[in-house]
Design a protein around this ligand. Structure first.
Ligand SMILES: NC(=O)c1ccc[n+]([C@@H]2O[C@H](COP(=O)([O-])OP(=O)(O)OC[C@H]3O[C@@H](n4cnc5c(N)ncnc54)[C@H](OP(=O)(O)O)[C@@H]3O)[C@@H](O)[C@H]2O)c1
Length: 235
C-alpha cells in the first residue's frame, strides 16, 4: 500500500536518496527543506513524479517555519504515515578536544539534531494521528552509542545524537496511546556531504533498506535503536 512520507532535509544526501526511493516505489513524499526552489534534484523529481512529490519550505530550528510546513502538509495529504527526521548537522571539527570544543557549535547541534525533531514531531502529531499505522524515524548515528563509545571527540555531534536517542525513547512511551511508533535509526556510514567520500555506502544503498525498514516497523520495535536494515542496536 502506498504511504505518505514527510522527510526533512530532503534536498541532498540521505534525505534526497530516501525521497527518490520512496517515489520510485509509488509513495507520496512531502519533501521538507530550507530552499526547495534551489534544489535542482528535487525540481527534476517533481517534473518526473508530479503530485506525488510536494516541496515544502522547512527550517527545522524555526517554530514558525515548522508550523507553516504542517499547514502546507495538511493541505496536500489527509495523513502522514511515516515522518522521517533526517535533517542533521555535525558542526565544528569532529575531532575537537575537550579543551578546543566550541560550545556554540554544541548548542547549534542540539537545536538542529534534538529540538528540531522534538518540535517537528509535536507539530505533525495531528497528521500522524490520522494515519492507520503512524511511524516516526529519527536519524541518529553509531556515534551516539554509549556502549560503542571507544574514543574521545564528537562532542557537538555525538552528544546531541545521544540526546536524540533518549528523545525518541521517551516519545515512544508518550505516543503509545496514539499507536505512534518512534525509533532512532542509524543509516550506516554513507557518502554524503556529512559522511564524506570514504564512506562505504552510496546514498541509494542506504536509502533502499531504510525505506523498507520504515515501512515494516511494528509496535514491538517502538523505542528501539535500529540499524538501516531494522536490526536492533545496543544503546
Ligand atoms: N552520512 C552518514 O554517514 C551518516 C551517518 C550517521 C548518521 N547520519 C545522519 O543522517 C542524517 C542525514 O545525513 P546526511 O549524511 O544526508 O547529511 P548531509 O548530506 O550533510 O545533509 C544534511 C541535511 O540536513 C539539512 N539541514 C541541516 N540543518 C537544517 C535546518 N536547520 N533546517 C532544515 N534542514 C537542515 C541540510 O539542508 P541544507 O542543504 O539546507 O543545509 C541537508 O538537507 C543526519 O541526521 C545525520 O546525522 C549520517
Amino acid at each position: 500500500m502506498s504511504q505518505n512520507f514527510f522527510i526533512t532535509g530532503a534536498n541532498r544526501g540521505l534525505g534526497l536518496a530516501i525521497t527518490q526511493v520512496a517515489l520510485s516505489e509509488g509513495d507520496t513524499v512531502l519533501a521538507g527543506c530550507r530552499q526547495p526552489e534551489k534544489s535542482e534534484e528535487l525540481k527534476k523529481l517533481k517534473a518526473q513524479y508530479g503530485s506525488h512529490l510536494v516541496l515544502i519550505p522547512l527550517d527545522v530550528v524555526s517554530g514558525s517555519s515548522i508550523k507553516e510546513a504542517a499547514v502546507l502538509a495538511a493541505k496536500a495529504v489527509p495523513q502522514i504515515d511515516i515522518l522521517m527526521n533526517v535533517a542533521g548537522i555535525s558542526p565544528g571539527p569532529a575531532n575537537a578536544t575537550l579543551e578546543e570544543v566550541d560550545l556554540e557549535k554544541c548548542r547549534e547541534a542540539y537545536e538542529v539534531n534534538v529540538l528540531g525533531p522534538l518540535q517537528i514531531t509535536r507539530t505533525f502529531l495531528p497528521l500522524l494521528k490520522k494515519a492507520k499505522n503512524p511511524r516516526v524515524v529519527h536519524f541518529t548515528s553509531g556515534l551516539a552509542s554509549l556502549a560503542g563509545k571507544g574514543e574521545g571527540g564528537f562532542y557537538a555531534y555525538g552528544v546531541s545524537k545521544t540526546a536524540l536517542n533518549m528523545l525518541s525513547r521517551t516519545m515512544s512511551f508518550d505516543l503509545k496511546k496514539d499507536n505512534i511508533i518512534s525509533v532512532v535509526l542509524d543509516p550506516g556510514w554513507v557518502q554524503t556531504d556529512m559522511g564524506g567520500p570514504n564512506a562505504p555506502l552510496k546514498p541509494l544503498e542506504a536509502a533502499t533498506p531504510i525505506v523498507k525498514t520504515a515501512k515494516e516497523l511494528t509496535a514491538e520495535k517502538s523505542g528501539q535503536f535500529i540499524y538501516h536494515d531494522g536490526k536492533q542496536l545496543n544503546w
